[in-house]
Write a protein that binds this ligand. Structure first.
Ligand code: PLP
Length: 226
């Protein structure tokens, strides 16, 4: 049996140690427990242990759990956005990390009317790969202003899902590039405060390069069966 609460504590400790190593405050890193394919019961166990941020990739699966769980959980949508699902995403999540197009952002904003602004990150890709989701760095600057002008969204930062590499130096280089891009956006007046980067296999590299939100699934819940 996997003890998910023990795993949670282990990851919290790891965040703390890595923060010490680079002289960051551990409160500067928010842990999102990525609960895709895991049950509402398991989420409730982590919630009881003090974990309040959860990430989900698939809307229908997420909605079935959201309705069963406490209303003060902060839900983060980290999956691919389909335009026809933007209403339910906008109304059930606090954060959306995977905005890749202006059109999606416009729909999310429209559907968020009457609620506090929806926090969003733009998903960026640093390599030239048409099959991957994300905005190229070269296109990012043109999107900042129109997205910031949307009334019911709050553009918080950048998110990345890097290609799988094992070496710490390679992982760090990728995250450092995203961090530089954020600095560049802020030099253009963007005022972004969030770097959503780091998963189970590259959490240390991400924190060392300035991640403010890490998204951890396997490291807490164990391997997924699907
Ligand atoms: C599944 C997923 C994660 C968590 O990955 P693990 O390797 O299980 O920690 C993080 N971010 C996104 C976007 C994911 O889809």
């Amino acid at each position: 049996m996997i003890d998910i609460v023990a795993n949670l504590h282990h990851i919290q400790h790891r965040i703390e140690t890595t923060c010490q190593q680079c002289e960051r405050n551990k409160e500067s890193v928010t842990l999102i427990a990525v609960s895709k394919s895991h049950s509402a019961d398991q989420i409730a166990k982590l919630y009881a242990a003090g974990q309040h941020h959860f990430g989900e990739n698939y809307l229908n699966e997420a909605l079935s759990k959201i309705t069963l769980l406490p209303t003060d959980i902060l839900w983060h949508f980290i999956g691919t956005i389909q335009s026809k699902k933007t209403l339910e995403i906008a109304q059930n999540f606090s954060w959306v990390h995977t905005v890749c197009r202006l059109k999606e952002a416009q729909l999310l904003s429209q559907h968020r009317q009457g609620m506090p602004p929806l926090n969003i990150c733009l998903q960026v890709k640093m390599e030239d790969d048409p099959k991957r989701n994300g905005i190229y760095a070269s296109e990012l600057m043109n999107l900042l202003k129109p997205i910031q002008d949307l009334p019911h969204l709050r553009l918080r930062g950048l998110m990345v899902l890097p290609p799988l590499v094992e070496a710490l130096t390679e992982q760090r280089a990728y995250f450092q590039a995203l961090h530089s891009l954020l600095v560049h956006c802020n030099q253009q007046g963007a005022n972004l405060d969030t770097l959503s980067m780091g998963m189970t296999h590259d959490i240390d590299a991400a924190i060392l390069e300035g991640a403010t939100m890490v998204r951890i699934g396997t490291g807490i819940f164990g391997p997924r069966e699907i």
